[in-house]
Design a protein around this ligand. Structure first.
Ligand code: AMP
Length: 590
């Protein structure tokens, strides 16, 4: 098809505001276009050289386009700028200066290839070469053709043909609206409408039905519905897998050969943001082609708990990622397997995908270990933590536990569900907190034990402390928090020296505790502590209710070293912390 003929379609599309008419025009276009060029037709309609996930940028600003037009027209640049301001559209400007009225004989592919070639020019002098090549292209086209070509290059070809419209028109061109379901499925698996149109053009319906996931093409994300309570979740989907909902960046990792590409939830390339995930995939899956999906987030190495989202957010910056990767290490919590060595796992039930993931990662966190641990060099990738249950109470307990650990809630997943790309349904149900508390007061807590810590902290021999409040009426200490944030390395070293003088071989007899530290110590030293909020937790014993949930601190941090003016019986009491819990400001989440 000639480019000029395509342009006549553009004009028809622009002239209508009726959706049905638009579908009909597009369907005619798709029927008429040759299978070898229909992908380019789709990209023209979308106003992009290729879908954004391919990572190819046109790289031509309006400023350069105006220079190219000046060049092609051989006019004074300032006069042209003046005229452009009056016309207000790059397309009209090029049309105004073009002397060619008759249609060119160039095909769609020739024009597309010329523009593609220009976009690919790089290196020294490439701007001038691009301007020259564009000027030549504009001169070779008719005024009307140049108008649309210029708008396309400037990213201003807004024909209003969105993804859904193109899919609808493709179905219509087939003469069967029911075909839309198959097209949607293929689109959700590949995210590339041009590829789809071409497959359809070359192989017909059978080609669309046979479409499956492929490395390098982002699969459109499966999304969660929401329900307000554990009871409703179990009622809706019965026995299910309940995973931690990690509050970070969704990351779909594609590895093919040595190449790893990472995509965001919206199918954008995010590879440079997470060099350690790229490394981890190359190391662990050296022999495989694979697509994994998970959440990348910053985790506090010492406590193994999540950092607030703001910490993970720092990865959005452009420079200094390597340094950041050292300072604030990320973990990649993998929650799905979508493809492995030629097998499309989106067609398998959740349970089968998860079992395969567990086998692949050689370990899991649902209790027993079934395999050998991951190779030691991989500290980045981990499988999402999950339990399987049909009991709302168990689900609630897990929920409280993960919220206390700094996560935002859970996602419950139907065990038999396939991966429903691009769709939001009850196969995945999220339960998030509707309110979060906010405390402003500092607490004084008594240290009753410590943990050795992980990562860099392990070297110091102390990573976190176990801390308690006091219940004067029962004359018992009760734990409320495990704290690893706020100490400098020097302070931790000093603290360890102090605590090692008062270690106990078993739990202090005045203490009630569920959590067991690596080392118990005599309740003696007091530290000031602040936190984001007070939450309920099964892991702590302060103010335990009938269900066994005590009070605990979310995102706790010490605000100073050991207080010399306070002894163990002067710490915050259970009555005080209960009052703080009830008085804390309640802020609606989302
Ligand atoms: P929302 O953005 O609140 O609709 O929640 C859905 C998002 O939660 C997904 O897009 C994922 O990025 C994220 N997420 C975190 N953890 C999980 C998990 N275990 N399973 C599925 N999605 C998760």
């Amino acid at each position: 098809m000639t480019f000029s003929h395509l342009v006549s379609y553009f004009e028809k599309i622009e002239a209508t505001s009726k959706r049905l008419e638009m579908f009909a025009i597009l369907a005619d276009l798709f029927r008429e276009a040759h299978a070898d060029e229909i992908d380019q037709v789709v990209y023209f309609l979308q106003g992009e050289l290729l879908p954004a996930f391919h990572g190819i940028n046109m790289g031509m600003s309006e400023k350069y386009l105006l220079r190219a037009i000046t060049h092609a027209a051989g006019v004074d640049h300032d006069t042209l700028l003046q005229q452009h301001r009056t016309l207000g559209d790059i397309g009209k400007t090029v049309e105004h200066y073009s002397q060619t009225k008759e249609e060119s004989s160039q095909t769609i592919s020739e024009v597309y290839q010329a523009i593609y070639h220009i976009a690919m020019m790089s290196g020294e002098g490439s701007v001038d070469r691009k301007i020259d090549a564009l000027a030549a292209l504009f001169s070779s086209l008719s005024a009307t053709e140049a108008k649309y070509a210029a708008r396309f290059v400037a990213g201003q070809l807004r024909l209003g043909a969105g993804d859904a419209t193109i899919l609808e028109a493709l179905a219509l061109s087939h003469g069967d609206r029911a075909f839309r379901t198959s097209l949607d499925r293929a689109y959700n698996l590949t995210s590339d409408l041009g590829l789809l149109a071409k497959t359809f053009g070359q192989k017909g319906e059978a080609g669309i039905l046979a479409t499956s996931v492929r490395c390098g093409y982002p699969i459109r994300s499966a999304l969660c519905e929401r329900l307000p309570s554990s009871e409703e979740i179990i009622e809706k989907i019965g026995r299910c897998s309940v995973e931690i909902k990690y509050d970070g960046f969704r990351c779909q990792a594609h590895k093919q050969g040595d190449t790893v590409i990472l995509f965001s939830r919206n199918q954008e390339r995010t590879t440079p943001m997470f060099p350690e995930i790229v490394d981890a995939l190359q190391t662990v899956f050296r022999q495989n082609d694979i697509i994994l999906e998970g959440e990348a987030l910053a985790v506090n190495e010492a406590t193994g708990e999540a950092f607030p989202f703001q910490v993970t957010m720092q990865r959005k910056r452009k420079h200094g990622i390597d340094l950041l990767a050292k300072d604030v290490p990320l973990k990649f919590f993998v929650f799905d397997l979508l493809y492995l060595d030629g097998v499309d796992y989106t067609q398998y039930p959740y349970k089968a995908r998860r079992d395969k993931l567990i086998a692949l990662l050689h370990k899991h966190k649902e209790g027993e270990h079934r395999g050998s641990p991951l190779p030691p060099q991989n500290t980045v990738m981990d499988i999402s933590e999950a339990i399987e249950t049909d009991d709302p109470k168990t689900l609630s307990r897990f929920f409280n536990n993960v919220v206390e650990r700094g996560y935002e809630g859970i996602v419950a997943k139907r065990l038999e569900s396939l991966y429903t790309a691009g769709s939001r349904n009850f196969n995945w149900i999220k339960l998030k907190r509707s309110y979060k508390g906010e405390i402003t007061d500092t607490l004084d807590l008594c240290i009753v034990g410590y943990f050795f810590g992980k990562g860099a902290r392990a070297r110091l021999g102390i990573g976190t402390i176990l801390a308690a409040v006091y219940d004067p009426s029962a004359a018992r200490f009760k734990t409320v928090s495990k704290i690893g944030t706020g100490f400098s390395e020097a302070e931790l070293t000093d603290l360890k020296a102090l605590l090692d003088e008062i270690t106990l071989s078993e739990k202090p007899h005045e203490l009630d505790a569920e959590m067991i530290p690596d080392v118990w110590v005599l309740p003696k030293y007091v530290v000031p502590v602040t936190a984001d909020e007070i939450t309920q937790s099964q892991s702590h014993t302060a103010c335990c209710d009938a269900e066994g949930a005590g009070l605990s601190l979310r995102f706790p941090r010490v605000t100073g070293f050991v207080r010399s003016d306070k002894g163990p019986y002067d710490v915050t009491t259970t009555t005080e912390i209960a009052a703080l819990f009830h008085q804390q400001k309640r802020i609606q989440v989302e």
